[in-house]
Design a protein around this ligand. Structure first.
Ligand code: T4K
Length: 377
């Protein structure tokens, strides 16, 4: 039977399903106050004052000299790949254990993804396997801090330095993650965040590119604004600007971020208490010195009494919509079946077939977590 909710009047309401996540909202009045000036200025987009304010606030929060806002994380990834002007047909070493966007961005930029297997413990790109994929056409490494788990950034950088490759992190899941107090935004040449409604920090739709090299700024600015620089179209740019309303949502959500992460942390802790010592259930590992953001709660059913499919169906029957993030691997998408995969993706295949992301959001009640775990167990 689905989980019941009592309304203020104490009547039992029609139960709504528990989704894998639920957007956090700032107090309504706070958002209204944030957008009030827009009614006076009527400046609604094209890098207005809210946009500038949010870029500055994020540069400070993420401890990075440059943040360039985008309409979404996907277009931010595409802009970065265009900004580096890699020769057509260059190869980009990447992980197939990710959301469609990572691989699509590479392919849509006229580049070739070369899939690298993942580490069996962190589920991020296995740095030991990168070197064997490098060819004379390799231009960059594009790893993903999947679920907010930091990649082995030191090993990846060593390999990149050895071969003279750019490192572009898809940090869509890693907002707020730090290692020894250093922000995830600072690793590699560039880190790209998603501020989609389903993320720990969101602007409804949105994204950002974080970087140290000031020379990148002008390229990114023109790529997201029709190629304009000083009122002249200097290249064939697109349109990926974040509006003032989206930036205003970001300003509000940033104020509540620490509370958001803390509440997600409490939900994750309860899951760990209930599932942490169960034979055949593997949870994400903690990383030394890393402050997590509790973006997702992935569980791998590896030798458990029930398969991932059985657990998924059992939860669904209770109106609990866990998600198979990230299954199938992007390398198995129908549109990429013709791409040759140079090396075995054994670990990635194994994890993708057994992983399930359980519901996780700030407002998820601990009683709901208990019900979810009861169903699994
Ligand atoms: N790189 C990586 C590694 C990514 O994971 C993503 C996006 C990107 C790049 C690209 O970034 P963006 O261009 O999106 O900024 C969702 C998100 O749409 C997507 O942003 C995210 N990754 C991906 C992992 O998940 P779906 O298709 O699973 O979302 P959907 O619509 O099924 O929503 C999931 C649940 O979230 C719903 O059941 C309820 C809740 N929800 C959803 C929406 C849309 C809300 O509470 N509010 C909402 O407005 O892709």
């Amino acid at each position: 039977m689905p989980i019941g909710v009592l309304s203020k009047e104490g009547r039992k309401q029609v139960n709504s399903p528990i989704q894998v996540t639920r957007s956090s909202m700032p107090p309504f009045e706070e958002y209204i106050e944030e957008i009030r000036p827009l009614w006076e200025s009527r400046w609604l987009t094209n890098m207005g004052s809210k946009h500038q304010e949010l870029e500055k606030a994020l540069e400070q929060y993420l401890q990075i000299p440059h943040v360039s806002l985008f309409a979404n994380g996907h277009l931010a990834l595409e802009a970065v790949l265009a900004a580096f002007r890699f020769p057509e047909g260059s190869e980009v070493i990447t992980t197939p254990f990710t959301f469609a966007s990572t691989t699509h961005a590479i392919v849509r930029s006229g580049l070739t993804p070369v899939f690298c297997d993942i580490d069996p413990v962190t589920w991020t790109m296995d740095p030991e396997k990168i070197s064997e994929l490098v060819t004379e056409r390799t231009a960059a490494i594009l790893p993903v801090h999947v679920y907010g788990t930091l990649c082995d950034v030191d090993a990846i950088q060593r390999t990149a330095d050895q071969y003279g490759l750019k490192v572009i992190y898809d940090a869509a899941h890693a907002f707020g993650v730090t290692r020894d107090g250093v922000s995830a935004a600072t690793f590699g040449d560039v880190s790209v965040f998603s501020f989609h409604a389903t993320k720990v920090f969101h602007t409804v739709e949105g994204g950002a590119v974080c970087f140290q090299d000031s020379a990148l700024r002008q390229r990114l600015e023109s790529l997201k604004n029709f190629g304009f620089h000083n009122a002249e179209a200097v290249e064939a740019g697109g349109n990926a600007k974040l509006s003032e309303f989206h930036a205003a949502m970001g300003m509000c959500n940033l104020r509540h971020l620490e509370e958001e992460i803390a509440r997600r942390g409490m939900v994750s802790k309860r899951y760990r208490e209930l599932l942490g010592n169960v034979k055949g259930i593997r949870l994400r590992v903690g990383q030394r010195g890393v402050r997590p953001n509790y973006a997702y709660f992935p569980v791998v059913f590896d030798g458990y009494s029930y398969t991932r499919e059985e657990v998924f169906e059992r939860l669904k029957a209770q109106s609990i919509n866990a998600r198979k993030y990230f299954y199938p691997l992007t390398s198995s998408f129908p549109c990429y079946r013709d791409l040759s995969v140079a090396k075995s993706l054994e670990t990635a295949v194994h994890i993708a077939e057994q992983v399930l992301c359980l519901p996780l959001y700030a407002g998820l009640a601990l009683t709901e977590v208990e019900k979810i775990c009861e169903t699994i167990l």
